[in-house]
Write a protein that binds this ligand. Structure first.
Ligand SMILES: *Cc1c(COP(=O)(O)O)cnc(C)c1O
Length: 391
């Protein structure tokens, strides 16, 4: 594939070689293993002397196709596709760290990533320190002699705080740390962390990448020598993505750019509408001028993303009432769907956190997260307007 092609073209034309049928759309390769024309070629393939697909836990034409597409979109060299976003997050850590190592992590990470850091990694002697996502200038002071990795998300969930990726890149280079970013919220269409020196870029394909709420999937892409380690870890521990899910995701990516354009347009319009509602205390959206990091957002993001969060006046009771009153949009914990979804993080996705941990990442009792879908924006606003009326 020509490197000169642009994002949308990679997403659509970056497909695998055709089979002898010369199909226009990529077929699904539902096969667990592959055959060899001779014993010698089989031996050479196993020895890595010849390229070939051996077994679908290692690789498969569909996962290979998806990976090469995501690599082109992320400007990354290599990748591995996993069964879910969480297996991608876990593999991107476990493939590198050893007992005694330390992670400097942005405090505002996905709920299950927080569980990995606090409940799972300590079993193997891997520790972490949380740092504030919007204060990267303070991170260096928390680096320990055993710190190996910087782990972050930007924008964060659900507070939509940004991490300055250029600053993180500089710290990672200066201290020789692995720069690991979960780029799921932005997608490569909106933000390409490899421009800032990210070593590992992790995705939950379940969210905007599929964008239609159908499959689970995850990806780790990045520098070739780093992905070698991820591949070794994944091949032998087995979190491979199914070929069917890879096929679905690869199809989805063909429309990522047009979907994200509309998601972001709807999100900005909804955010501006919410700012004017008397029942709303505060609205957070990176491309709103009122966002404290608006300048940074415009520097490192092409658009503001599909998520909007707002704080309703009246705390938990008001938030619950709003959720019970919406009629069009869905109550779900998922995000990144064609359908608009509203979530109350304090009682659902972040209910496992202690109250003070929630408040530290801005999850107040009245906070509502909106994953803005592709319905007509006026219908979304009408539904919100009705649900924000008291009584
Ligand atoms: C959903 C999500 C994950 C986990 O992805 P799954 O596919 O559900 O395992 C990880 N990181 C972020 C930012 C997410 O939104």
């Amino acid at each position: 594939m020509s490197k000169k092609q642009r994002f949308e073209t990679h997403a659509i034309r970056g497909q695998a070689d055709r089979t002898d049928y010369r199909e226009h759309s990529v077929p699904v390769f539902l096969t667990s293993s592959f055959t060899f024309p001779s014993a010698e070629q089989m031996a050479d393939t196993f020895a890595g002397k010849e390229e070939g697909i051996i077994y679908s836990r290692y690789s498969n034409p569909n996962t290979d196709e998806l990976i090469s597409k995501v690599c082109a979109m992320e400007m990354a060299e290599d990748g591995f596709a996993t069964a879910s976003g969480m297996s991608a997050v876990f593999s991107s850590i476990a493939a590198f760290l050893e007992s005694g190592d330390h992670i400097l992590a942005s405090r505002a990470v996905f709920g299950s990533t927080h569980q990995i850091l606090t409940q799972i990694l300590p079993k193997w002697g891997i520790t972490h320190t949380y740092v504030e996502p919007d204060k990267v200038e303070e991170w260096e002071a928390h680096i320990q002699p055993n710190t190996k990795m910087l782990l972050l998300e930007s924008p964060s969930n659900p507070g939509l705080k940004l991490v300055d990726l250029e600053q993180v890149g500089a710290i990672a280079r200066k201290h020789d740390l692995i720069f690991n970013i979960d780029n799921c919220f932005a997608t490569p269409y909106i933000q390409q962390p490899s421009q800032y020196g990210a070593d590992l870029i992790v995705h939950s394909g379940t969210k905007w990448m599929d964008g239609q709420g159908r499959v689970l999937g995850g990806l780790v892409v990045g520098k070739k020598e780093m992905i070698e380690k991820v591949r070794f870890f994944c091949r032998h521990t087995g979190p491979a993505m199914s070929p069917f899910n890879a096929w679905v995701l690869s199809k989805s990516l063909e429309t990522l750019a047009v979907r994200m354009d509309r998601h972001c347009r709807n999100a900005l319009e909804l955010a501006k509408f919410l700012e004017k509602q008397p029942a709303v205390q505060k609205v957070s959206y990176p491309f709103l001028e009122s966002h404290p990091q608006h300048k940074l957002a415009q520097k490192q993001m092409r658009l503001g993303g599909g998520l909007v969060t707002f704080e309703i006046k009246g705390g938990t009771a008001a938030a619950m009432q709003f959720l019970n009153k919406v009629q069009l949009v869905s109550l779900s914990s998922n995000l990144g769907d064609t359908r608009t979804i509203v979530t109350h993080p304090a009682s659902t996705t972040h209910s496992k956190l202690k109250e003070e941990e929630r408040l530290a990442v801005g999850i107040t009792p009245g906070l509502i997260r909106v994953s803005v879908g592709l319905e007509h924006i006026q219908d979304i606003m009408d539904d919100f307007e009705g649900a924000l009326q008291r009584g």
